[in-house]
Design a protein around this ligand. Structure first.
Ligand code: HEM
Length: 415
C-alpha cells in the first residue's frame, strides 16, 4: 500500500504568511481542511472551508473563547503581576460572553448599530473623509493609513460615543494595545503592557462617566449611563468594560478594511480605473465593491471557538475542550463557494458574510464599518483618480489575527 500523503504543516508565524497567507491557506484547504495540531492539554484545530467555518459559528456545541478565564489562571500560575484590571475589562466584551449576559448587553446597543441608524451618520462620515483629504490634497503624496484610514474610525467612534475629539490620539493608542489581547500567543511583557493600558483606559472612562453624570449629553455613552443608573440593565463594571470595547474594536478592523481594500485596488490598476469609470454612472456599485474587498483580503483573519462536546467534522473528531481556529481569510477564498476565488471581481454573484463572522456573535459594527469603507474608498478614488502605490515603502503590521498595513504610501498628481 502506498504511504499516505504527508499532511501540510501550518505555521502562521513564518514571514511568507504575513506577506501573503493565501497560497498557504490553499495548500491546507486542499491537503488537510480540518487540520489538527496536538497539544498538551487540548488540541488546536484549523478550519479552512467556508461550509465548516459557517457550521461551527452556528453550532451550539461550540462556545466563544474563554480568554478572560485563562487570563485569571495565567496570573495565578505566574504569581506575577495582577492582570485583574485587564481581565475585569475584557470579561464584559461581547466576544467572550454567552447568553443571557450576551443578549442583555448586546440588546442595549443593537439599534444604534442597525443599518437604518448607521445611515444617519452618512453626512458626518462624508464630512470627516472630506476634511482629511482637504488637508493633503495639495501635497502629491499621502500615507493612506495615517492620513485617512486611521483617523476616520477614531473620529466616528468619538462622535458616536460622545468623547472629546482632543483625546483622539491617546484613545486610539490605547485601542491598538487593548485589541491586541486577541493576538495570541502573548508574552508576559505584552500582558503587562495591555494591563497598564486597561488601567489607564478605565481611569479615563471613570472620569468621563462622572462628568456625564453631572451633565448628560445626547450620545451613546450618556444613554448607556442611563441604562445603568435608571434602568439597571448594565452594572458599573460592565459599563466600563463595554465602552472600552465599543471604542477599541472598530479601530484597527475598519482601518484594515480601508488599507487592504486600497492595496487590492492599487495592485490591480486596470480594475481600479474601471471602478472609477463605473462609479460615475453607477455610484451604488461601491457597496458590492466593498463586499468583494472584504472577501478578497479580510481585515480579521482568524477567530476561535472552544468545543463543549465531541463533534465529528470532516471525518475527524474534535474533542470537548479543543480549541477551533476558524481561518476566515481561507474560507473567503474557498473555490467550493466562490468561482475563481483569487480574482478580484465586484460583479460576482456570491458575496461572503464571513468577514464579519456569523451566528449570535456576528459583528455588531458591520454596518458602520461598511459605510465608512464605502465613503472612504469612493471619495479617495474619485478625488485622487491617478493614485500610484509607492510599493517600496509599504509596511505591513505583524499580526496574524488582524491583517493590515502600518504604512501605505501613494503618490498622485496635484491639480
Ligand atoms: C471592517 C471592519 C470590521 C471587521 C472585519 C469586523 C469583524 C468582526 C468579526 C469577524 C467578528 C466576530 C467575532 C467572533 O465571532 O468571534 C466581530 C465581532 C464584533 N465586532 Fe466587528 N468588525 C469590524 C468592525 C467593527 C466595528 C466598527 C465595531 C464597532 C462597534 C465592531 C464591533 C464588534 C463587536 C462588539 C463584536 C462582538 C459581537 C458579539 O460578540 O456579539 N466591529 N467583528
Amino acid at each position: 500500500m502506498p504511504p499516505a500523503p504527508k499532511k501540510p504543516d501550518f505555521n502562521p508565524f513564518v514571514p511568507e504568511f504575513q506577506e501573503n497567507p493565501y497560497p498557504i491557506y490553499q495548500q491546507l484547504r486542499q491537503g488537510d481542511p480540518v487540520h489538527r495540531v496536538r497539544g498538551f492539554r487540548f488540541n488546536q484545530w484549523f478550519l479552512t472551508r467556508y461550509e465548516d467555518v459557517q457550521a461551527v459559528l452556528n453550532d451550539g456545541r461550540f462556545r466563544v473563547d474563554d480568554l478572560p478565564e485563562r487570563l485569571g489562571e495565567k496570573a495565578a500560575h505566574l504569581k506575577q503581576g495582577d492582570f485583574e484590571p485587564l481581565r475585569g475589562t475584557i470579561q464584559h466584551w461581547l466576544f467572550f460572553l454567552e447568553p443571557p449576559d450576551h443578549t442583555r448587553l448586546r440588546s442595549l446597543v443593537q439599534k444604534t448599530f442597525s443599518a437604518m441608524r448607521v445611515e444617519l451618520l452618512r453626512p458626518l462620515i462624508q464630512s470627516l473623509v472630506d476634511e482629511q483629504l482637504d488637508r493633503v490634497q495639495s501635497t502629491g503624496c499621502i500615507d493612506i493609513m495615517a492620513d485617512l484610514a486611521a483617523p476616520l474610525p477614531a473620529l466616528v467612534s468619538l462622535a458616536l460615543l460622545g468623547m472629546p475629539a482632543a483625546d483622539r490620539q491617546q484613545l486610539t493608542e490605547w485601542a491598538y494595545v487593548l485589541f491586541h489581547v486577541f493576538d495570541q500567543p502573548l508574552s508576559l511583557q505584552d500582558y503587562q503592557r495591555i494591563n497598564q493600558v486597561a488601567i489607564a483606559f478605565r481611569d479615563y472612562l471613570e472620569r468621563r462617566i462622572a462628568a456625564l453624570r453631572q451633565q448628560p449629553e445626547d450620545h451613546l455613552m450618556s444613554r448607556l449611563i442611563e441604562a445603568c443608573d435608571r434602568d439597571q440593565k448594565i452594572s458599573e463594571a460592565e459599563l466600563l468594560g463595554f465602552i472600552s470595547m465599543l471604542f477599541s474594536v472598530g479601530q484597527e478592523t475598519t482601518e484594515n478594511l480601508i488599507g487592504n481594500g486600497m492595496f487590492a485596488l492599487l495592485s490591480h490598476p486596470q480594475q481600479l480605473q474601471q471602478l472609477i469609470r463605473d462609479l460615475e454612472r453607477e455610484p451604488g456599485l461601491i457597496e458590492s465593491a466593498i463586499e468583494e474587498l472584504l472577501r478578497y483580503d479580510s481585515p480579521v483573519q482568524i477567530i476561535s471557538r472552544t468545543a463543549l462536546a465531541a463533534v465529528e467534522l470532516g471525518g475527524q473528531t474534535i474533542q470537548a475542550g479543543d480549541k477551533v481556529n476558524l481561518l476566515l481569510g481561507a474560507a473567503n477564498r474557498d473555490p467550493a463557494k466562490f468561482q475563481q476565488p483569487d480574482a478580484l471581481d465586484w460583479r460576482r454573484k456570491e458575496t461572503s458574510r464571513l468577514p464579519f463572522g456569523s451566528g449570535i456573535h456576528y459583528c455588531l459594527g458591520a454596518e458602520l464599518a461598511r459605510l465608512q469603507g464605502q465613503i472612504a474608498i469612493q471619495t479617495l478614488v474619485q478625488r485622487l483618480p491617478d493614485l500610484i502605490l509607492d510599493a517600496k515603502n509599504v509596511q505591513r503590521r505583524k499580526n496574524i489575527v488582524l491583517r493590515g498595513f502600518k504604512v501605505l504610501p501613494v503618490t498622485f498628481t496635484v491639480s
